[in-house]
Design a protein around this ligand. Sequence first.
Ligand code: BTN
Length: 259
Amino acid sequence: MEILKDALGPDEILDGLCASKISRKIVVFKSTSSTNDIAWQYSLNKENDGIVVFAEEQNAGRGRRGNKWYAGFGKSLLFSALILDCKISREMLPLVSAVAVAESISDFGGKGVQVKWPNDVMVDGKKIAGVLVEFRGDDAVIGIGVNCHQQKADFPDELKESATSVDMVLGGFCDRRDFARKAIENLEKWLDISAKDRQKVLDKWQMLSSLLGKMVGVEYNNQHFYGNCIGVDPQKGLILQLERGGVRMFDAAHTSILK
Ligand code: BTN
């Protein structure tokens, strides 16, 4: 296996970390199925609330709507946080997580970071990170994948024009251990904000939104719809002022944005 300059380890990530709820425990796998699955295994013991599972590589990484999520060994930051008895709603949690990741990239010097409904983080119109939130009852796992060390050649052909990485955006080397700390701290911060005042999250999300005020095409139940994006509702989804007239909402579970 390749030797990594920024190999992940619990101590390296915990060193200087300012968080008290998320990351009470950190585990790191060199290779695993999906960090979300491992986080769910930990959910059987209540003492694991707040555990964060990292992996250098996943062989069954998954994205939204059954998509596969692939990243080469040590190239991305792949992690999942377990939140037992989560007080944030299942509609809000993906938005909270996307805002936290977007802010982390900005904190690292990334310019023009945006969120693309429902759970993508974008720079210059290219995807840099994705969030997959899963609920089982009131327990939640927030899975986050951030492209860090990829260069264009590292992405599969179909993603070469539509994906980017933190290194590409910064024109430098992003130490994933530093980024992991920042992401955990921001996640904890935005979870706290959301628990107190969810409108603050929605305002921040709208501010970062790449779709708001733009013409958007969506596929919903095998049909295409086009319209101006006039907002996002955490429960009902993307709100479009349709070209053909009328306002319609499209829920995240059944909708994908057309390229
Ligand atoms: C998406 O863009 O569709 C969401 C991608 C989420 C990928 C991350 S990588 C860490 C965690 N483990 C998984 O299997 N998926 C999430």
